[in-house]
Every structure is written in C-alpha cells, then in structure tokens.
Design a protein around this ligand. Structure first.
Ligand code: AMP
Length: 190
C-alpha cells in the first residue's frame, strides 16, 4: 500500500489537488478537517468539542485525529493506497502514524508539499470563504491563529520528513492546473 501525505499551509489547495490525485492513483482521500466538519454537522459530542477549537484556529487533540485515521485505515478496502490531507499536523501525530504503519510493516511513501507564502494564505482562505462558507475561513482572528498554529506546530514536520528523505515540495503559487501538473509529474517519479 502507498501512504502519501499531502502537506502545506491552510489555503495551499490541498483539498482541490487531492480530488485529482485520488482519482488518478486509486487512493482513498482522508481529510481530518472534513471528517471533523462531518462530526460537527452531525452534532456529535466529538463534533461539539472540536468546533470550539476549530473556530478558534487551534488544533484538536492528537488522539482524536489519530483515532479517525486508524479507523479509516482499518475499514477501507479496494484501494491502492491513502492520501492523507491535513494529517499529520504535529510531530506527535507523525510519530503515531509511523507507529501505526510499522505495526503492519508499512511506512509513509512520500510527503507531497504544496507551498505558498504567508501573504497568499490569507488571500486564498478569504476566496474559499466566499465559495464554501466554512466558519473557520470567515474570521480574520481565526485565520491569524491558524497561520500561527501552522508555523509553530505543523511546519516542524518539514524537517521530520526531510530527515527521512521523504519530503518533496511543489510551488503552489501557480494556477490549479499548473500545480496539478507539477504534482502528477512528481507522483510519476515516486
Ligand atoms: P483543514 O480542513 O485541514 O484546514 O482543518 C480544519 C481544522 O480542523 C483545523 O484548523 C484544525 O482545527 C482541525 N484539524 C484538522 N486536521 C487536524 C489534525 N490533523 N490535528 C489537529 N487538528 C486538526
């Protein structure tokens, strides 16, 4: 099985690119953000707890998302691999993922990182807010917290995966088609 991680700051276009990647390579797309938004929509206890953190631009506890990932791995059949989008977001999550996979003699195949500069993050999120209406895209304060959380907790993963020789970076500032072409040519080389 292939285990790809789609990495990058909020607003980099991970969700958009994931859709094309899963289709072309027969992968199961797992977006922890989307799974959490489903829980919120259902009004579950987990969703209620997560909502306050998400609306504040903070991360939900590691154990919550790790459980979601493990559960999806166990219940998915008939795919060539997985595309993790928005997970891992902390070093602890990356370590938990390595442990989960190694128990089945598997490992992360590669990290595909879509990079955009900070100025563009805000612009892209604002644009998405006008289309998708996500609550955590609407407030300036939440966006500021998400950018700060990304730099403090998620960006250290670049070093973590670089050290393992698994980190590949794509310039995310171009058009959707340009970025997609870059990702596909990278995927062919993996
Ligand atoms: P996303 O859709 O990936 O931008 O995620 C939306 C929000 O869900 C994030 O800002 C976090 O509050 C929460 N979230 C999603 N994935 C994770 C994760 N792996 N760890 C912790 N919180 C997460």
């Amino acid at each position: 099985m292939k285990y790809f991680i789609l990495f990058g700051p909020p607003g980099a276009g991970k969700g958009t690119q994931a859709a094309a990647m899963v289709e072309k390579y027969n992968l199961r797309h797992i977006s922890t953000g989307a799974l959490l938004r489903e829980e919120i929509a259902k009004g579950s206890e987990l969703g209620l707890k997560a909502k306050a953190l998400i609306d504040d631009g903070q991360l939900v506890p590691d154990e919550v998302v790790e459980g979601m990932i493990e559960n999806t791995f166990k219940t998915t059949k008939g795919v060539s691999g997985f595309l993790l989008d928005g997970f891992p977001r902390t070093i602890a999550q990356a370590e938990a993922l390595d442990k989960m996979l190694s128990q089945n003699s598997e490992e992360v195949t590669s990290v595909v990182s879509i990079m955009i500069p900070d100025e563009m993050i805000r612009e892209r999120i604002k644009h998405r807010a006008s289309i998708e209406g996500r609550a955590d895209d609407a407030s300036d304060e939440t966006i500021t917290n998400r950018i700060a959380t990304y730099h403090a907790k998620t960006e250290p993963l670049v070093g973590y995966y670089r050290q393992q020789g698994k980190y590949r970076e794509i310039d995310g500032t171009g058009s959707i088609e340009e970025v997609r072409a870059g990702i596909f040519s990278l995927m062919e080389s993996l």
